[in-house]
Design a protein around this ligand. Structure first.
Ligand code: HEM
Length: 190
């Protein structure tokens, strides 16, 4: 299967598994979806992601804990570089351990806990977006680089995020009683 489809479906599965395990968050999301739709907001556009901060937070938190790519593609340096006290000579092959960055206890409180609110409370997750390179890759986004950063960042990030919003919203709205799905969804059965 195409890698981009695989990473997106893998993430979808993790999000749904997390919603099964965290029924309180699932209920909160369900209410959020219902109130938005009651106010006539049915659109699923990329810009509309800003109107769904809780959904965005759930997707980001699932991606933080379960990144489909643990490393970025290998990069190389075209000149000598210094990072903290380390000198990285020109021509070095660089790998970025994005999975470890997302779970670094010096950056995130209780990194093992699934708590989407960290992305909506404007605290530690504030400023984290899915980058698509260019001007959208400020230093704060480096706290979580699941789609890479800078010019070679994933160009499909916005599509992936939109697809995830859309699928999760549809599944949560249509499937009642997620507990029944635990047997299928629970990570221990994968
Ligand atoms: C949750 C879903 C996805 C994740 C986590 C993800 C993550 C990544 C990562 C980490 C990279 C490497 C960036 C780097 O090394 O700096 C990448 C590259 C890439 N991704 Fe994605 N991706 C996802 C979905 C998609 C989708 C849906 C598409 C296409 C529609 C896509 C297309 C690409 C392409 C073409 C590249 C290579 C870019 C380049 O080398 O310049 N990805 N992705």
């Amino acid at each position: 299967m195409n890698a981009s489809v695989k990473t997106t479906t893998k993430t979808l599965k993790w999000i749904m598994a997390r919603l099964v395990l965290h029924q309180d968050i699932q209920q909160k999301l369900r209410k959020d979806i219902a109130s938005r739709r009651a106010s006539g907001d049915h659109t699923m556009t990329c810009g509309g992601r800003r109107r769904r901060p809780f959904m965005e937070a759930i997707v980001l938190e699932a991606l933080r804990l379960h990144p489909p790519a643990h490393y970025l593609l290998a990069h190389t340096t075209d000149k000598d570089a210094t990072l903290d006290n380390y000198v990285i000579p020109k021509g070095s092959i660089m790998n970025f351990g994005v999975a470890s960055i997302g779970q670094d206890a010096t950056l995130w409180t209780d990194p093992d806990v699934f708590r989407p609110e960290r992305f909506v409370e404007r605290e530690e997750g504030s400023g984290v977006r899915c980058t698509t390179g260019g001007s959208d890759s400020g230093p704060e986004t480096k706290k979580m680089m699941l789609f890479g950063a800078g010019q070679r960042a994933c160009p499909g990030a916005w599509i992936a995020m939109m697809v995830l919003h859309s699928f999760v919203e549809d599944l949560v709205r249509r499937l009642i009683g997620f507990r029944l799905l635990v047997g299928w969804m629970h990570p221990s059965t994968w």
